[in-house]
Design a protein around this ligand. Sequence first.
Ligand code: DOR
Ligand code: ZN
Length: 354
Amino acid sequence: MTSFSTSFSIIKPDDLHVHLRDGALLEIVAKHTARQFSRAIIMPNLVPPVTNTQLAGEYKARIEKAAGQGFEPLMTLYLTDNTEMQEIQKAAENGFVKGAKLYPAGATTNSDSGVTDISKIYHVLEEMQKQGLPLLIHGEVTNADIDIFDREKVFIEAILAPLTAKFPDLKIVFEHITTKDAAEFVAASGQNIAATITAHHLLFNRNHMLAGGIRPHYYCLPILKRNIHREALQKAALGDSGKFFAGTDSAPHILAKKESSCGCAGCYTAAYALELYAQVFDKAEDLSKPASQAKFENFMSKFGADFYGLPYNNEQITLHKISQKIAEKISTPEGDIIPLLAGEEIDWSVVYAA
Ligand code: DOR
Ligand code: ZN
């Protein structure tokens, strides 16, 4: 007797937060993202950062070349203390820049040129509000005396809540949220405030990273939190508010930089992103049900497009409930990238055209 496993198709999704890097790494990781996603919001934390429309346009061309046809990079600008209002106007005129990223200086990888004090960019935020250009926020305070597990919560109280009061119509994406506090803040805010959620923050809590040994490939920023937070993120991702959507924060680093006495932050998920998100939705809501498949499609392919005012993609992509083993490593000319869950089995596989 043949048994049929679940297989279903959704609109080819958008990754509303990804790091593609540059040079040799870009050549490899862009193809992973483009296999699973039609479009992606490209984070600008290169060295040096993508601080203006000219640089964003040049980076866009390199991404298109590396990704191949059919993939649209949605570019972002990196805000600094010195960003000028004219740059925002230029970005809005050109159209291919879809947002500007706020990294509090020192918050994460390549954030040294970030904003040191939010009040320094009020004039820029004013212009973004006027132009309808979304502000994409890495929401963590950077004070050394604030516990790393509290940095997102404190950011909401100290920076984000006052910011939304000062700029009530500014479109904001609270990126890669990791706490119940962030999920509740976004849910309670107006329709101009949304959030991305990564697959790893939906799948794991801090025990996965720290209990029984330190697992550096689970180390990312914002850091994995307690399980109650993961549960709140799952509830948000499965909800129908339209305010929560997929953003992998896939962030490739080579092995030597991750497995080190001072390992850097980032989980590489781009090559298996859809399967990882499917794993979450299936465990919570059983993806053999059409209603659950529709929720998955909303989160992966519709809510983000709606927020950014983009049409839905024309292509479809098919997932099959057939297990596969995640690659042990992905070789690049700069060294190996170890994907999250390297060497482990996952339940789902994307069906790629031969
Ligand atoms: O874990 C992270 N890695 N979080 C970030 O905010 C940046 C990213 C990176 O660029 O490696
Ligand atoms: Zn990121």
